[in-house]
Design a protein around this ligand. Structure first.
Ligand SMILES: [Zn+2]
Length: 207
């Protein structure tokens, strides 16, 4: 029987095999790039350069009782679940994988930029999986005003603009500023958005 850590690793790899990842659009925020092909390519790093641990992280991105957290100093992904059976749990894994990708690329960005990117990709991924007619991802009161929900409301709007081609390449201030503001409303990141995200590359190189 595989250990919980091994089951969590298989779960992450399964999510990274989702074909919709290739339907995501590349974009950048303040020149920090997101490339869906690179995201899919992270599958070769999980279990090798990135440890996956089944452990309840004290902080992290949540979906109900599920918590996921990427530690860029330890190069480790913590999850307290081993089966991403729902689209929102898959989205949680994708969100943290975006942080891992920024770490791999040693991206220079602050927490506001880092979380904006992760929420936009998470929302886009979930809409691609669920279908554009489905309810958008959300949290809390899901009213676009609740501090837990605004990141999803903004992230989904920008995902729609990327999907339609209204946004390409470098994200416009029209999209980015409200997204950054939404991150600053979120209880996890409030008043932390200008702190640098520590993306220093993977340390467990095998060659
Ligand atoms: Zn995050």
């Amino acid at each position: 029987m595989a250990s919980k850590d091994e089951q969590a690793l298989v779960m992450v790899m399964t999510v990274l095999h989702t074909p919709e990842i290739f339907d995501l659009k590349p974009f950048s925020i303040l020149r920090a790039r997101f490339d869906p092909v690179e995201l899919a390519g992270l599958i070769g790093d999980f279990g090798l350069h990135i440890n996956v641990k089944f452990e309840s992280a004290p902080k992290g991105t949540r979906d109900g009782a599920a918590v996921a957290f990427y530690d860029s100093v330890e190069d480790a992904l913590f999850v307290n679940f081993t089966d991403a059976f729902s689209i929102s749990l898959q989205g949680l894994v994708i969100h943290e994988a975006v942080h891992a990708l920024c770490d791999k690329n040693k991206a220079k960005m602050d927490i506001g930029t880092s979380e904006s990117m992760a929420y936009i990709v998470q929302c886009h991924f979930q809409m691609l999986r669920a279908g554009w007619g489905a309810p958008r991802p959300g949290a809390g009161a899901r009213d676009g005003k609740d501090p837990w929900d605004v990141v999803f409301a903004q992230g989904t709007e920008i995902a729609e603009r990327l999907e339609s081609g209204f946004e390409t390449g470098e994200l416009s201030a029209f999209s980015y500023q409200p997204m950054r503001k939404a991150v600053n409303l979120h209880p996890n990141y409030k008043d932390k958005i200008s702190q640098p995200a520590i993306y220093n590359g993977f340390k467990r190189r095998t060659k």
